[in-house]
Design a protein around this ligand. Structure first.
Ligand code: PXP
Length: 243
């Protein structure tokens, strides 16, 4: 992979959401992981939430066994999740904020405000050779906090960009682009994700420092119409076209 390659991590949580709606074992997120690998994704992303509303504990081991792709495990900074990560040793752990009542991960992690709580947590993951990523808003204060915490990766929350309209879109894009450049300058690898679609992915994919995008909900939605393999392939093509 060349330095300009942009990795695609596919978040398969919502395959599990559909499965869980009926309480059975279909559709199986592990089957989705295998298809995603076939379609040219570079990684699998899954968020084990405290309430287990989509991915469940036993899915983690099954996903790890199913494909040769690296797993990026999204998790809240709790002792329970830390133990699970240490047991499974995914390639990466992305620390996300979690509120039980939220519909999805609504904002970035307050890495600045939670420094003392996060520091031992990040250290224990790094000691276990798990690549730590912090899911933060594209703000200088949060980036500085990630640097102080020693996180090798940040994932910028693109929700505000995805929901912006009019002039706000270019303002959000500039914010993401400036913060990606600042992260890279400080030796932190910037990733991005949340709310990305065929329609809004390219300006983000074109930010040269961004090394990875994590995309889930839209791809699983598209899969209903065109199949998961084609949905992932098309996203890949759109990303590759601007790098
Ligand atoms: N990255 C992180 C850290 C996430 O928590 C999520 C899911 O909220 C995503 C990426 C994928 O977002 P989406 O499902 O909107 O594509």
């Amino acid at each position: 992979m060349g330095p300009d390659t942009l990795r695609l991590g596919v978040n398969i949580d919502h395959v599990a959401t559909i499965r869980n709606a009926r309480g059975g074992d279909h559709p199986d997120p592990v089957r989705a992981a295998a298809i995603v690998a076939q379609a040219g994704a570079d990684g699998i992303t899954a968020h084990l939430r405290e309430d287990r509303r989509h991915i469940r504990d036993d899915d983690i081991a099954r996903i790890l066994r199913a494909t040769g792709l690296p797993l990026n495990l999204e998790m809240a900074a709790t002792e329970e999740m830390l133990q699970i990560a240490l047991r499974h040793r995914p390639h990466a752990a992305c620390i996300v904020p979690e509120k039980r009542e939220e519909r999805t991960t609504e904002g970035g992690l307050d890495a600045a405000g939670l420094h003392d709580q996060l520091y031992p947590f990040v250290c224990r993951l790094l000691d276990a050779d798990i690549r730590v990523s912090l899911f933060i808003a594209p703000e200088e204060r949060q980036l500085e906090a990630a640097l102080r915490l020693g996180a090798p990766v940040v994932e910028f929350h693109t929700g505000e960009y995805a929901h912006a309209s009019g002039e706000q879109v270019s303002a959000e894009l500039k914010r993401l682009s400036d913060m990606a450049a600042l992260a890279a300058k400080n030796g932190i690898e910037p990733h991005a994700g949340h709310g990305l679609t065929y329609g809004n992915v390219q300006p983000i994919a074109a930010i040269p420092q961004i090394a990875e995008l994590n995309i889930g909900h839209y791809l699983v939605g598209e899969a209903v119409f065109i199949g998961l393999e084609d949905a992932v392939r098309h996203m890949r093509e759109l990303m590759d076209a601007v790098r």
